[in-house]
Design a binder for this molecule. Structure first.
Ligand code: ADP
Ligand code: MG
Length: 256
């Protein structure tokens, strides 16, 4: 349940030598090639890499939606074998049910588990500032509001790890800026570990404590940068702009 006074402890992750491939009619396609990553509880990790390199695949493995061909995936030292509400994934598309109100969409996880907790639903709605839209229908929402609903639907599970797959990718640039600030605020106040895929290097640098850069498919970790700048950060910060160029150069080099 969303409980801002006693948030659940953030989750740590250990990914060791992960290999994963997909079987296609034309043969096997290697997607993750020996990916190892240690994530400390409470970190905000941004994953950047060329389109199609394997970023979403990695998130699905950590969510427990798929099992890697080889390697070990641990959450606080325990093997990840199946999905769990403590490790919840949020996608670019908010995928709201059109026949449920904002409130009904946010309570989805509780309804599935047959849990009743109106207080937790109210708290989740407040957390994303949608009090006045609780009774609205999805078609009445802007893109940014729909993503807030999706965030509240994830947060009602009190996740210890929030997996974000280009969560702001479809929003217009102004809404995107507002939602970046929102994500930062929620990460600070709710105390979860965050693993976010983004193609926006600036977004990665504004939010993340660490940026991981992947090679083109099959994804290998080609850089692991700790971002020491104090948060909240501003995009005009010269250090951030310098890092942005560094990362873009690294990404370009990977494409050559
Ligand atoms: P990214 O998120 O970095 O853009 P993905 O992880 O979605 O990349 O995909 C990596 C590669 O794996 C792509 O070449 C994609 O076409 C392929 N792929 C992803 N999911 C499947 C699947 N279920 N079956 C077959 N190939 C897949
Ligand atoms: Mg993807």
């Amino acid at each position: 349940m969303v409980n801002s006074t006693h948030p659940e402890a953030p989750l740590g992750l250990t990914l060791s030598h992960i290999h994963h491939s997909y079987n296609l009619p034309s043969g096997s396609r290697l997607v993750l090639d020996d990916v190892s990553l240690e994530v400390e509880p409470g970190e905000f990790i941004a994953l950047v890499g060329p389109s199609g390199c394997g970023k979403s695949t990695l998130l699905r493995l950590v969510a427990g939606l798929e099992v890697p061909d080889a390697g070990t995936l641990l959450a606080d030292g325990a093997p990840i074998t199946e999905p769990d509400p403590s490790r919840i994934i949020m996608f670019q598309d908010p995928t709201l049910y059109p026949w449920r109100t904002v409130r009904g969409n946010i309570s989805l996880g509780l309804d599935i588990r047959k849990e009743k907790d109106p207080g937790a639903i109210d708290a989740a709605i407040r957390l994303v500032g949608l009090e006045e839209f609780a009774a609205a229908w999805p078609h009445q929402l802007s893109g940014g509001m729909a993503q807030r609903v999706a965030l509240a639907r994830a947060l009602i599970n009190n996740p210890r790890l929030l997996l974000l797959d280009e969560p702001l990718g479809k929003l217009d640039s102004l809404t995107r800026l507002a939602m970046q600030a929102e994500l930062y605020r929620l990460w600070k106040s709710q105390g979860f570990t965050a693993l976010m895929v983004t193609h926006d290097v600036e977004e990665a640098l504004l939010l993340a404590t660490r940026v991981i850069i992947f090679s083109p498919r099959p994804a290998r970790v080609i850089a692991d940068l700790r971002i020491e700048e104090a948060q909240p950060r501003h995009r005009d910060n010269p250090a951030i702009q310098g890092l942005r160029l560094e990362i873009l150069t690294e990404l370009e080099r990977g494409l050559l």
